[in-house]
Design a protein around this ligand. Structure first.
Ligand code: CP
Length: 305
């Protein structure tokens, strides 16, 4: 991968993706070989929005590469509360770290921030925009469970505000994947994502009911309705709880169906699915370690090449 930053999945070629996934597989096979790979290097974590998986897995990944992390901590106890701008914050933190991971509620924040820093910056979620490192671990999970070519995937839930969906759908255009988008009318893919998919030659197949397509699917990628992004709580209430899957829903599914979710879940997937062979979402979250180790390894090694 020859990129300074990772801002959008639309910037990733198939070659870029495979380089990260292959490195992650090497790490999975022999983690000890990477244990001191980036000793002495520091990763800066700047999270302006809540996170469990992304923050902790980047932290753990960097430490498993022999490096260390510095964390801005909660916004409430940072100088953001004194009015510091994002541009100033990242310009300061790049002096403390060899790479930055940024999560921010504003779409486009990572693009803007990347213009102010010389160290690699990873977009860990910018509002309803993109979440490309999540996509890399999603693709790793899909490759392990179903394969990335000749794939039929259903992506269901909040396709409007779900940044993991936007990144995943764009990245999948690099592969031979049929994508089906299942959502309420009001939460269909936004225009810019739809445009990018069409521009990449992908067909956008949209459905309001899962049962229209469930029997065909190799993978069902379920997402949470992003309550925090709705400008009007009444609009959220109209769609909340509309897409829930349980054992009964899955009677029409293939025995080999892989069910994924970027997590956190609210009520989209019933816990009665957790112990079935379909449930892959905890494995998916755990794949954040080798995949983020691989991504950091590649970004931090670029200057050594
Ligand atoms: N999937 C994901 O981004 O989870 P967190 O919000 O917990 O980081």
């Amino acid at each position: 991968m020859r990129q300074d930053h990772l801002i959008s999945a639309s910037h990733l070629s198939r070659e870029d993706i495979e380089a990260v996934l292959d490195r992650a597989a090497d790490i999975d096979a022999d983690p000890a070989a990477f244990r001191q790979r980036h000793a002495g290097k520091v990763l800066g974590l700047c999270f302006f929005e809540p996170s469990t998986r992304t923050r902790m897995s980047f932290d753990s990944a960097m430490k498993r590469l022999g490096g260390q992390t510095v964390d801005m901590g909660p916004v409430e106890s940072s100088s953001v509360k004194k009015g510091e701008t994002l541009a100033d914050t990242v310009r300061v933190v790049e002096g403390y770290a060899d790479a930055l991971v940024l999560r921010h509620p504003s779409e486009g924040a990572a693009t803007m921030a990347s213009e102010f820093v010389d160290v690699p910056l990873v977009n860990a979620g910018d509002g309803a925009g993109q979440h490309p490192s999540q996509t890399l671990l999603d693709l790793y999970t899909i490759r392990e469970n179903a394969g990335l070519d000749d794939l039929t995937i259903g992506i269901m839930g909040d396709l409007k505000y779900g940044r993991t969906v936007h990144s995943l759908a764009e990245a999948l255009t690099n592969f031979d994947a049929s994508q089906h988008f299942i959502s309420p009318e009001s939460l269909r893919l936004p225009r810019n994502v739809r445009y990018d998919l069409h521009a990449s030659g992908a067909q956008v197949r949209e459905h309001t009911e899962l049962d229209e397509v469930l029997p065909e699917l190799d993978v069902l990628y379920v997402t949470r309705i992003q309550r925090e992004r709705f400008p009007d709580e009444n609009e959220y209430r109209k769609v909340a709880g509309q897409y829930q899957i349980d054992s009964e829903t899955l009677e029409a599914a293939s025995d080999d169906l892989t069910i994924m979710h970027p997590l956190p879940r609210v009520d989209e997937i019933s816990p009665d699915i957790d112990d079935t062979d379909h449930a892959t979402y905890f494995e998916q979250a755990h794949n954040g370690i080798p995949v983020r180790m691989a991504l950091l390894d590649i970004l931090l090694s670029q200057d050594d090449d």
